[in-house]
Each structure stands twice: as structure tokens, then as C-alpha cells.
Ligand binder design. Structure first.
Ligand code: 9Z3
Length: 365
């Protein structure tokens, strides 16, 4: 949807405000707000220099019924968000992890879901107990130490959402609650947020029937879904919700290499935030492009030899969206606990440097 649209009197109405006016406040929001408030307050009081990254992760659902049986979803497993959260923690940020319920979580992601089933890492011990198999000991110990450090120091807050409405309400609340941190807040918007939804006044109460019912609803053959555009909340986040001087990083996902850079540039100039990270569906674990006002277009790539083979991407598409053909090959060693190098190990330090500049600029003012 356009950010603003004319109402019946021809007046412009902010799309996001309109959305919240017409959409019921999620039940769990107050509980999540209380947890976030306590988390933020703890960090403000215990360490005045602490930075907090609000990392969003996973896909949002769009329910087709109020008593939801069916919904529209998307592909995101939350790998980018969960992995990035770990590297933010490593970079000394506290992290509020706003994630799709049951998507990947920092640390446990190494041992969850079907691709990394925790049972595959275990063995029966001779004494009748259960142990971690020898070959996985070193890595699991490292992951466990990092996890326990985050837990002990209250550095990670996990907040789940399911629907696009729950996501938008939570993001608005978090942005408002981080006000006391000012520029030390960093928004890292990696969640794959639906662009379309069904407004509450057009949503069926009960399960949509697959064959003709007494009231004539349910055609028997086709289900035609009429979706409205979700308001462009990024503009409202930047202009109204987020603390003054905070840093906002959004992601732009495309499938067509011809469009990626121009779409990411368009997003930055439209919303005037700090950085858009562009990625292609098929190469997203091996390359991303940073679009910023001062530094223009900057590609970050995992060196060929260190690209994870477990990702079913399309390797010969690497470089196709880069029209300047000036590949930035950063060859770093170490820093990863999974097979191959995780690109987030390059993304997060780069953002931290940018955040240093943002904070320094604010302090000079
Ligand atoms: C991304 O582009 C993320 O990097 C991915 C991560 C969703 C591709 P996975 O969960 O995937 O690791 O499998 N996120 C943002 C996508 C998005 O919805 N962006 C909006 C847009 O493109 C702007 S906020 O319009």
C-alpha cells in the first residue's frame, strides 16, 4: 500500500495508523511488552554503554479465518535472524529476538529441526546413560558455553509472533520501549514480512468450507482470496516509532538479479534509514549487498572455498546482481561453528562499525 492514502474526505491518512486502528491488539502483547521493558531497564541500569539489537526473524502468517485453520505463509526458516543474533551477542550487543514461533533460535538452531535433529548428535553410553557423540563434543561445548553466557548475563530475550499483525504490534511496542537507549538501539529487520493481509472486517469467523454451504459461502471449486496491502511500516518505524538517532537496517529480498540493487536503493531513498541489505533467494547465504547513503553499494561474499554446501542455493547465480562487477572478497579465517562460513560473521562486524559512527555522530550533536 502507499504509505498514505486519501480517506472519504480526500484527507491523507497514515497507512500504519489506519492499520492499527482497524486491527485488534494481540492478546499476548502486554506480556511481551512487560518482558521487554524489564529487559531494557536492566541493561540501561547495569551498563550505560550497552547496545541493544532488535533482531526480527522468520516469516509472518496471514490468517484466512478468525478461528484460524488456514493461513498464508512463506519460506523463511529464520536462519538469517537466528545466526545474526549469535554474532550480535558475540559483538557485545544485548539482543531482543522477535521471531516467528517455532522458527530457528540462536544456539539451539545448531541442533534443531529435521536438518540438524538433536538425536543425530547423541549416543548411548556404556553405563546406561546418554552422551554427546565424540565427534560433536567440541562444537557442542562451544555452543553451550555461548548459550549459557547469554543466559547468565540476561543478554537474550526471545519474543515469539505468528501473524503479521502480532509482528507489527510487537515491533511498534519494542521501538517505543527502547527510547531510553536512543542511538544505542539497532533495528535489524530480517523477518520475511507478508506484503498482503485480509482486514479484520473481511475475515471469516469460521473455517472456510470447501463445498457449498446453506449461506452460499464456499464455491465448491475455487477459493478466491482478496488481500489488501500491508502498510509500509518501515517509514513509520523510522519517522515515528524508533528512538531518535537509532540505527535501522532492513533487508530486501528479490529473486530477479536484475532488480535487486535498484529495489534496495529505492527502499533506502524512500524510507531514509541507515542501510538496506539486499539478498537473492538463491544466493542469500553466500552474498549480500549493503546499500547505504555514504558508501553506496558494497558487496559482501563468502569466499568460494568456504561456501556451505548444505544450502540448496544456485551457486552460478553468485555475482549476477552485481552490475559493477567489483566483487568484494573478504577472506577471513574462523568465526564459524557450522559447516562452511556463515555470511553473518561478515555482516555483523560491518554493521557494528557503522553503528559506532552513528553513535559518535549523535554524541557530537
Ligand atoms: C530477508 O531478506 C532475509 O535475509 C531472508 C532470510 C528472509 C531472505 P532465512 O530465514 O531467509 O534465513 O531462510 N528478509 C527480509 C525480507 C522482507 O520481507 N523485506 C521487505 C521487502 O523486501 C522489507 S522489510 O519488501
Amino acid at each position: 500500500m502507499a504509505e498514505t492514502q486519501p480517506d472519504a474526505n480526500g484527507q491523507t491518512v497514515d497507512g500504519a495508523s489506519e492499520y492499527f486502528r482497524n486491527t485488534q491488539r494481540p492478546k499476548q502483547l502486554s506480556k511481551h511488552e512487560a518482558l521487554a521493558k524489564e529487559f531494557i531497564q536492566y541493561h540501561v541500569e547495569t551498563n550505560p554503554d550497552r547496545r541493544i539489537a532488535i533482531v526480527t526473524s522468520g516469516g509472518t502468517t496471514v490468517p484466512l479465518e478468525k478461528q484460524t485453520v488456514r493461513f498464508i505463509d512463506n519460506f523463511s526458516a529464520g536462519t538469517r535472524g537466528a545466526t545474526s543474533a549469535e554474532y550480535f551477542l558475540q559483538a557485545d550487543y544485548a539482543v531482543i529476538f522477535l521471531h516467528r514461533q517455532f522458527s530457528l533460535l540462536p544456539y539451539s538452531r545448531h541442533y534443531s529441526h529435521s536438518t540438524n535433529c538433536f538425536l543425530d548428535f547423541m549416543d548411548e553410553a556404556d553405563d546406561g546413560g546418554v552422551i554427546v557423540a565424540d565427534e560433536f563434543q567440541a562444537k557442542m561445548r562451544r555452543v553451550l558455553q555461548q548459550y549459557q553466557h547469554a543466559k547468565k548475563n540476561r543478554l537474550l530475550l526471545l519474543l515469539p509472533f505468528t501473524t503479521v499483525t502480532e509482528y507489527l504490534y510487537a515491533l511498534r511496542s519494542l521501538a517505543t520501549l527502547t527510547k531510553p537507549l536512543g542511538p544505542r538501539t539497532l533495528f535489524y529487520l530480517a523477518a520475511a514480512v507478508s506484503d498482503f493481509f485480509i482486514p479484520a472486517d473481511r475475515l471469516e469467523e469460521h473455517k472456510i468450507q470447501s463445498r457449498e454451504t446453506a449461506d452460499g459461502k464456499g464455491s465448491g471449486k475455487k477459493l478466491i482470496i482478496d488481500l489488501d496491502p500491508v502498510p509500509k511500516f518501515l517509514k513509520t518505524l523510522v519517522q515515528q516509532w524508533a528512538p531518535k538517532g537509532s540505527m535501522v537496517v532492513s533487508f530486501k529480498l528479490e529473486t530477479d538479479p536484475e532488480l535487486l540493487v535498484s529495489k534496495a536503493e529505492e527502499s533506502l531513498s524512500r524510507y531514509q534509514h541507515d542501510c538496506v541489505i539486499g539478498n537473492l533467494l538463491t544466493t542469500r547465504k553466500w552474498e549480500v549487498v549493503f546499500i547505504t547513503r555514504d558508501r553506496g553499494e558494497k558487496w559482501i561474499r563468502v569466499p568460494k572455498a568456504r561456501r556451505s554446501k548444505s544450502f540448496s542455493g544456485v551457486e552460478n547465480m553468485v555475482g549476477l546482481a552485481d552490475h559493477k562487477k567489483e566483487p568484494e572478497q573478504i577472506d577471513l579465517e574462523g568465526g564459524t561453528v557450522t559447516e562452511g562460513m556463515e555470511i553473518e560473521t561478515l555482516i555483523i562486524p560491518e554493521l557494528k562499525r557503522m553503528h559506532d559512527d552513528v553513535i559518535a555522530r549523535q554524541e557530537r550533536h
